[in-house]
Design a protein around this ligand. Structure first.
Ligand code: ADP
Ligand code: ZN
Length: 717
């Protein structure tokens, strides 16, 4: 017999291996096979009798004693690979991220602080001690990784007695969830919504339901009921969240509802926890998994429901590596494995709304539990005529409203979706811009952290005193506002205010949690924040929201810019008036006549979406048409250009597909790579994958040249 084994490498096909006598293999088995000088873990795709050939094939080395990957999961990999034109092996790699989970369960040695001081002290050893002082026993590799040293350092320190070894218990088994552990008495509206979702689960076939209701209407409680139903049927349930929403309080809420801690899956998980979740998903013992987008790739044994919370979130799209969209792939998984999928949002994506229009998705709406309207009263402040002192961003009318709120003992929020102090710094002596040395982008000053940072590659430098070009001192000036600068301005106007700044680079982790709680408790009465504040937090004292620059997100060539701006502004404005007192929102804009601004003012979401649908349909943009982007990049500018232009010349002739470009990408250089873009545009009925395959299927790239294909792109930079 021979086995076709798929390897987690950039390979489109499985490779053939001999099955040694005495080994029994079936599709889905995890095996070790040799390739070149190395050995790899792969998955058996097919087993068949060998046909006599002269080719010498190598044998499978071993079969891992792990639950085989189910057929639906293998189909999912194949389908995803075809859809995104990604070699199957690259997709498989996302499943095989925890090789340790294939080995027999083992006890593990861990290290913690020992009693003796190290015999020898080095900066590396000091870092290890620092981490070990936290008290958690960690494996050698975890500890080494956290300290940024090699594992040998850890082992040497253990020998010294500076670290002490402890035996970690085997992985904790997963407890069985109780579908009825603790649920709220639902309102009549919520009950009706929950019934519809439960019915979809009971039907036991594929369906997609959009759960649409404002923040706080109880969507989470309602989809918990659907999860409970799937659990009663013995199925596994996946709850997908944008990474940033995967917080301890949310997990605690799931735990309260179902009586057991859910399995987690996100980037901060320790390797042991990762392994535990992977094993639990593969053997079916983990019933509830709460995870970020990549949780989709866990080798599901018996998945029966996926809930995608905040389905409109851009974070579901992965742009690096395999460029997939987790919401879309969740729907695909449901279709392949015949189970229901629930998409939940307060500001659904146009894609999902149009799918409801087309009758492909069901829709369940939830009204506010307290009968409040969807949005508070929103006023536009016309910045073309408003009084704004030079070098300031807060208009007189907005300042007056903030003052009134503070005077009344309420809370006010100023929103500006721009991190740092100023987006641009230039020299008044010579006009030089401070740009990133590796990207065609400005360095952004972060005054709190005292660095200049590139938001595209992360490159950091100290804030220079003199212009790097002409050497003049004291002439560098910030241009435009970021939240930090806005906070400075606000402090000038309201010196007495108890201010909090919420921005992902200053407030994160535990600090963020504490500040959010303080804001909710009214410890701070003036909050300055980026989109971090938009994420569904409940601030009962907040009555006044000011959007400092509503036009910011609209100015982009991205077809979804409008939709995103709507979601963001509606969410931010919606923070006001969620407590006892009514709230108001004030939106500073230079384009008060824009359809989006008018709809915001009248609080008419449907009017906005209707308008947006007409625009998209007219332009043949998603969800009315298909897009795919090709991104050519090379460290050599001329080579990138030549290749991109060559691609354009070889477009297969067809009437159904339009190829736009090549054009220099809006961010022309990132990390030293020069970038060109082409955009493929086609009708919904066109098989855009077939077109792409015909066009670039055989194209080879050389040297540092990279050709990325992004089917259904969300990023146009
Ligand atoms: P959403 O997911 O729509 O933002 P949640 O489900 O998070 O709304 O509900 C918002 C808050 O209201 C949560 O603290 C939740 O526990 C509470 N809540 C929702 N429904 C009820 C209910 N029927 N009874 C009591 N509390 C509820
Ligand atoms: Zn950069």
């Amino acid at each position: 017999m021979v086995a076709e084994v798929l390897l987690p490498l950039a390979l489109a096909q499985a490779y053939t291996y001999g099955v040694p006598v005495g080994m029994v293999l079936a599709p889905g088995d995890y095996v070790e096979v040799p390739l070149g000088p190395r050995s790899h873990i792969g998955v058996v795709w097919e087993v068949r009798p060998a046909v006599a050939t002269n080719l010498r094939i190598r044998d499978v080395v071993q079969r891992f004693d792990a639950p085989p990957m189910p057929e639906t999961h293998r189909k999912f990999i194949g389908w995803l690979s075809a859809y995104y034109l990604e070699p199957m092996g690259n997709v498989l790699r996302m499943v095989l991220r925890v090789p340790a989970a294939l080995e027999p369960p083992r006890e593990q040695l861990a290290y913690r602080l020992g009693s003796a001081p190290p015999k020898r002290m080095t900066p590396q050893r000091a870092r290890v001690l620092d981490i070990a002082r936290d008290g958690f026993p960690l494996s050698a590799s975890e500890l080494a990784q956290a300290a940024g040293v090699g594992s040998s350092v850890v082992k040497a320190m253990a020998k010294d007695g500076a670290l002490e070894t402890v035996q970690l218990p085997a992985l904790r088994p997963f407890a069985r969830p109780d579908p009825d552990a603790e649920a709220f008495a639902l309102s009549p509206d919520q009950t009706a919504a929950a019934e519809e979702l439960r019915a979809a689960v009971l039907e036991g076939k594929h369906s997609v339901t959009l759960l649409d209701g404002v923040t706080g209407s109880g969507k989470t409680e309602v989809y918990f009921e659907a999860m409970a139903e799937a659990l009663r049927q013995g199925k596994q349930v996946l709850l997908l969240l944008p990474e940033i929403a995967l917080t301890a309080p949310f997990l605690a809420r799931v735990e309260r509802r179902f009586g057991v801690e859910p399995a987690g899956w996100h980037s901060d998980l320790r390797p042991r926890e990762r392994e535990r979740s992977w094993r639990g998903v593969a053997d079916g013992s983990a019933k509830i998994i709460v995870g970020a987008r990549s949780a989709l790739f866990l080798p599901w044994a018996n998945l029966g429901l996926i809930v995608v919370d905040e389905e409109h979130e851009g974070a579901y799209k992965q742009d690096e590596g395999v460029a997939y969209h987790a919401r879309d792939m969740a729907v695909l998984y449901g279709a392949l494995a015949h189970f229901p999928v629930i998409l939940s949002s307060a500001t659904p994506s146009l894609e999902s709304l149009v799918n409801v229009d087309r009758g492909r998705y069901a829709s369940v709406k939830l009204r506010d539990r307290h009968g409040r309207p969807e949005l508070p009263e929103i006023s536009l402040i016309d910045m073309r005529t408003a009084q704004v002192p030079a070098g300031s961003w807060l208009s007189e009318p907005l300042l007056a409203e903030v003052k009134a709120a503070l005077d009344a003992g309420d809370q006010a929020l100023l929103f500006l979706n721009r991190r740092g102090y100023a987006p641009l710094t230039l020299c008044r002596a010579c006009g030089h811009h401070l740009d990133c040395p590796q990207c065609a982008a400005s360095m952004v000053e972060h005054r709190f952290r005292r660095v200049m940072q590139c938001h595209h590659c992360g490159h950091q430098e100290p804030v220079p005193l003199a212009c790097p070009k002409c050497g003049t001192e004291g002439k560098l000036v910030p241009v435009g506002p970021g939240v930090e600068r806005l906070a400075e301005e606000a402090a000038r106007h309201f010196p007495e205010a108890r201010m909090a700044i919420l921005s992902s680079d200053i407030t994160r982790g535990v600090l963020l949690r504490d500040v959010l709680r303080e804001v909710a408790d009214g410890v701070h009465n003036l909050v300055i924040g980026t989109q971090l504040v938009a994420k569904g937090h409940h601030f009962p004292h907040l009555t006044c929201v000011g959007v400092v620059d509503a036009d910011l997100a609209l100015e982009s060539s991205d077809p979804r810019a409008g939709e995103r701006t709507w979601a963001l502004l509606a969410q931010v404005a919606g923070r006001a008036g969620r407590g006892e007192k009514p709230g108001r929102a004030f939106v500073q804009t230079y384009s008060p006549d824009h359809a989006l601004m008018r709809a915001l003012k009248s609080g008419d979401r449907d009017a906005y979406y209707t308008q947006e649908k007409i625009i998209r349909q007219g332009a043949g943009l998603p969800p009315y048409g298909r897009l795919a982007a090709l991104i050519v990049s090379d460290t050599d500018a001329a080579a990138a250009e030549r290749f991109a232009k060559g691609l354009a010349r070889s477009v297969p002739s067809t009437d159904d597909v339009q190829v736009l470009g090549p054009a220099v990408a809006p961010i022309a250089v990132i990390r030293g790579r020069h970038r060109w873009r082409l955009l493929v545009k086609a009708g919904r009925e066109v098989d855009i994958q077939a077109f792409l395959k015909q066009w670039i299927g055989e194209v080879k790239t050389k040297g540092s040249l990279k050709l990325q294909v992004d089917v259904d792109p969300y990023d146009f930079l």
